[in-house]
Write a protein that binds this ligand. Structure first.
Ligand SMILES: Nc1ncnc2c1ncn2[C@@H]1O[C@H](COP(=O)(O)OP(=O)(O)OP(=O)(O)O)[C@@H](O)[C@H]1O
Ligand SMILES: O=P(O)(O)OC[C@H]1O[C@H](OP(=O)(O)OP(=O)(O)O)[C@H](O)[C@@H]1O
Ligand SMILES: [Mg+2]
Length: 281
């Protein structure tokens, strides 16, 4: 089982970090290598450019891959999107010079649009029923409208800083993207693929949860129980030789602040909050 992972750029580190947190440790140093073995003898990590990963998976060089949805869409391969990994969020947008003549998509009839994503651009304009010529570029796309190479661009934005710096305004949103786990349709149901997906999912689920531990006097248990939100009942354990109980519960991270105040008011003491590495629901 081979997983294709971005070899450099902004997606490399978050992807290898996620594999590590999922317990799929890389064994022989991931830097500047093409392959790394993992703690699972059946799983190898293969490092490739983010843009090449969809083709690696589609052609069978790897069984699964991690890359941006924009790259999968641009590759025009048939991949199954198994899991949103919740990083690399960005948008592809159609943008044109502020105060320029292009204010809506139809203004581009007969014009030129520069992009690193020609397939996505063509599909977008076909849907919009406008047919500018699409010029493929391999970087610095934001410059092209200012040097008469293009009237507008389709490019990635996240904070909007690059567009603003280049005096470009969004004309239309084209695509929302984030990093996903992809598989070929034939491998999507493979048990090892499912095992990897479950491991990655468990890290994402755990990130939003906290583990609470506290002590409570026996007669106050029901009071304390009534203010614990979330997943099922808490776990309650006797503390040997004492009239107190230990209460453990998993709660949403967003509820911890409020819950702790309520737990104290209801008699809980020695309250401990810890992060959870993984949570398989
Ligand atoms: N500004 C951004 N914010 C969030 N995600 C982004 C951003 N730019 C790119 N991405 C995501 O990262 C993917 C890879 O981007 P890209 O191919 O530009 O690599 P990179 O990390 O910038 O490295 P390099 O351009 O140096 O090869 C994009 O397809 C997109 O899914
Ligand atoms: O809206 P923003 O937060 O400004 O992000 C958008 C920019 O980020 C990406 O470039 P990147 O930083 O990856 O540089 P690159 O052009 O070298 O890929 C993308 O190509 C945009 O230029
Ligand atoms: Mg980039």
């Amino acid at each position: 089982m081979r997983i294709a992972v971005p070899n450099k750029g902004r997606l490399h580190q978050p992807t290898t970090d996620l594999l590590e947190r999922a317990g799929l440790h890389l064994l022989d140093g991931a830097d500047r290598k093409l392959y790394a073995n993992t703690v699972d003898p059946d799983v190898t990590v293969l490092f490739a450019r983010a843009a090449d990963i969809p083709a690696y998976v589609a052609d069978g060089a790897a069984e699964i891959g991690v890359t941006g949805y924009d790259q999968a869409k641009e590759s025009e391969t048939e991949l199954v999107d198994l899991l949103d990994l919740e990083f690399g969020q960005c948008q592809l947008v159609l943008a044109a010079p502020e105060d320029g003549p292009v204010e809506q998509v139809s203004d581009l009839a007969g014009g030129t649009v520069a992009t690193e994503f020609p397939a996505i651009a063509r599909e977008f304009f076909a849907d919009e029923d406008v047919s500018p010529s699409v010029a493929e570029v391999s970087g610095a796309t934001e410059l092209t409208p200012h040097v008469d190479i293009a009237d507008a661009i389709i490019d990635i934005t996240s904070t909007g800083t690059t567009l603003r710096m280049n005096r470009l305004a969004v004309v239309e949103e084209v695509l929302d993207s984030s990093v996903r786990l992809f598989a070929r349709p034939e491998t999507a149901d493979d048990p090892k693929v499912k095992q990897i997906k479950t491991a990655l999912q468990s890290v994402l689920t755990a990130a939003d949860k906290r583990y609470l531990m506290m002590n409570v006097h026996r007669e106050q248990l029901e009071d304390v129980r009534s203010v614990i939100p979330g997943m099922g009942g808490p776990t309650v354990m006797d503390i040997a030789g004492e009239d107190a109980l230990a209460v453990h519960a998993v709660v949403d991270e967003t509820e911890v602040f409020e819950t702790i105040a309520q737990l104290r008011d209801h008699g809980a003491y020695d309250i401990l909050v810890t992060e959870i590495e993984r949570l398989v629901e």
